[in-house]
Design a protein around this ligand. Structure first.
Ligand SMILES: C[S@@+](CC[C@H](N)C(=O)[O-])C[C@H]1O[C@@H](n2cnc3c(N)ncnc32)[C@H](O)[C@@H]1O
Length: 256
């Protein structure tokens, strides 16, 4: 029987190229907003940490605004893709390191920016991980959390988490905006700005990116076909299974 950590590696290691070229990950209004926020508030000499960097899209977007961007992820396959792409892009400030969000191998107050994008829904001990983010941040420094959100309505939320887990066994949970605010506040991270966007997921590429087995795709499609109207409307469910979720951005500051 595998641990969750092993499942994460099995899921992500062979899929670095799929994430590197994924349109959902490579571009987005969240990346543009992140660049504006970081360029305005984070010093150019900053040491930055990108937790769950995946194929590196957030690291690459923010690297030009900081002195050093440490791309951090448990998957060696993802880290190899980041190193190769950073070299090809001439982003000399990008470095890589393997590890998990729940126990960061860094001293207190090391970073002037800690960021994470589309990764926290895989983390098993989110409260500990958010405390770790706050611990490694310097006083007064900023954190940026971007991820797909869960729903406040339990009917919609259970449906969403179910299809996410069927598609990818490394999925843990999309948290709602309310859950996020409570977690971040209890870790001492003060909200300075938040935003939400609709993110449309094309069914075929969403399943293909994780190489979801055909029998699981069939279960997802069967759940979708029987979905109640509330779920269809909230997730903007389309005839081919494509659907729309919300992406949340939280811009935070550790008290000085
Ligand atoms: C969808 S990818 C991230 C996408 C990327 N941040 C971007 O901007 O395109 C999710 C990543 O989270 C990583 N991950 C999963 N569990 C993690 C954990 N506990 N700590 C840190 N990273 C984790 C996975 O290995 C994977 O590379």
């Amino acid at each position: 029987m595998r641990t969750h950590e092993q499942t994460v590696q099995t899921q992500f290691d062979p899929r670095a190229q799929a994430y590197l070229t994924s349109a959902v990950h490579a571009v987005g209004p969240d990346l543009e907003r992140a660049q504006v926020l970081v360029s305005k508030a984070v010093p150019a000499a900053a040491q930055a940490l990108d937790i769950g960097c995946g194929a590196g899209h957030l690291s690459f977007a923010l690297a030009p605004y900081v002195a050093r961007m440490l791309a951090f992820d448990p998957s060696p396959g993802m880290l190899a893709a980041v190193a190769q792409t950073a070299a090809a892009k001439g982003l000399t400030g990008v470095e890589t390191r393997q590890g998990n969000a729940e126990s960061l191998p860094f001293d207190d107050c090391t970073f002037q920016l800690v960021c994470t994008r589309y990764s926290t829904h895989h983390w098993t001990r989110l409260q500990e991980a958010v405390r770790e983010m706050a611990r490694v941040l310097a006083p007064g420094a900023h954190a940026l959390v971007i991820d797909t959100l869960g729903h406040e309505d339990p009917l919609v939320d259970t449906f969403l988490q179910s299809i996410e887990l069927l598609r990818d066994p490394s999925h843990v949970r999309n948290r709602s905006g309310r859950e996020w605010r409570s977690l971040l506040q209890s870790a001492g991270l003060l909200e300075r700005e938040s935003a939400e966007w609709a993110t449309r997921l094309d069914f075929a590429s969403w399943a293909e990116r994780m190489r979801t087995p055909a029998e699981r795709v069939a279960v997802i499609r069967s759940l979708q076909e029987g979905a109640p109207r509330e779920v269809c409307e909230a997730l903007v469910l389309e005839p081919d299974g494509s659907f729309t979720i919300r992406t949340g951005l939280f811009w935070l500051q550790k008290s000085a």
